[in-house]
Ligand binder design. Sequence first.
Ligand SMILES: [Ca+2]
Ligand SMILES: [Ca+2]
Length: 398
Amino acid sequence: MRRNVPTLTSLAASLLLLSACNGNASPSADADPATATQEETAPAADPADDAQAALPFASEAVASFDEPWALGFLPDGRLLVTEKPGTLQLVTLPGGAKQEIAGVPAVGYGGQGGFGDITPHPQFADNDLVYLSYAEDGDGGRGAAVARARLAFDADGAGTLQDLEVIWRQVPKVSGNGHYAHRIAFDEAGKLWIASGDRQKFDPAQDMQSNLGKILRLNDDGSVPDDNPFVDQGGVAAQVWSLGHRNPLGLAFDAQGRPWDVEMGPAGGDELNLVVRGENYGYPLVSNGNHYDGRPIPDHDTRPEFKAPAITWTPVISPSSLMFYSGTLFPEWTGNAFIGGLSGQTLVRVEIDGDNAREAERFPMGARIRDVAQGPDGALWVIEDGKDGRLLKLTPRG
Ligand SMILES: [Ca+2]
Ligand SMILES: [Ca+2]
């Protein structure tokens, strides 16, 4: 097994990756430009090497991708990886051989938009259904869509998405390419959850005529469960589980089955939230961060009627992803949350205690982390952001 031994070469590659990402960044400061400054003023490569050498896991690079965005393990242990420009790769492990899957929808690629998340249906082994999110063009601009399709293989083993059906859309479509969020996840009961970003339009997060800036709960065919909190309001409000979210790029369920999200704050104020039925999380009326132009946004503690985050980060980590670890390969981490950090170039371990959470550990990864997942054998898997982003398998040091 090849170990990821940090070297000057890998540091240089990281800097190249970083500069490539900054060059590709949208107007949003979610791609934190301060990171480049921190890198440039770092005294030498040695501290970073020491930090990575001290990590409690071994890191093996298995494959690399073109702007990878999401990881989705199939029950048989193969791994689906979306690439933001609009391709879907099926990866066979442990070797890392890639096969491009045909039949993917056209995506609106640019800024933070393109191909988004992917997850198999909980009964994938019986129905072959996968769910995917992506930015699509339409009247008024762009918006996220969620579709489902059957992943079928021909006699030669070539994979295709068939019977693709769009089951949800952001309303309304708007200009710009920021804050789609569009993470998707299934809960234990088989409900489909969607994290819908505010599209950098602020007020829609409080507007029940819009499903932007919301966490949504749907049946697996896209219909609305009749026990959703705002079902009596009809329209897209019926989809809403919670409101007042900004750019929730991570959505996952803890060991008790409760949903949590991570969202990027504006200038400061990244958040981990326990996502409670019917609650308003306050954006853009409150945030522990402020507007990028310096105008203040009142902090959470000024408006107790809005649900406050369990953890808030300033300086930001730019959370990209969230998963709860249920494996035993890292037995001391069972039940912990893991958060990928973009500008933070980190993997953050969080311990959950009832409704509270605390950052327990921050692992320096030397690259922007776009997604984190748990493999069938309990290994942690992360994907780096940007061109030639690497898929890394993390296992305990022997
Ligand atoms: Ca908030
Ligand atoms: Ca504030």
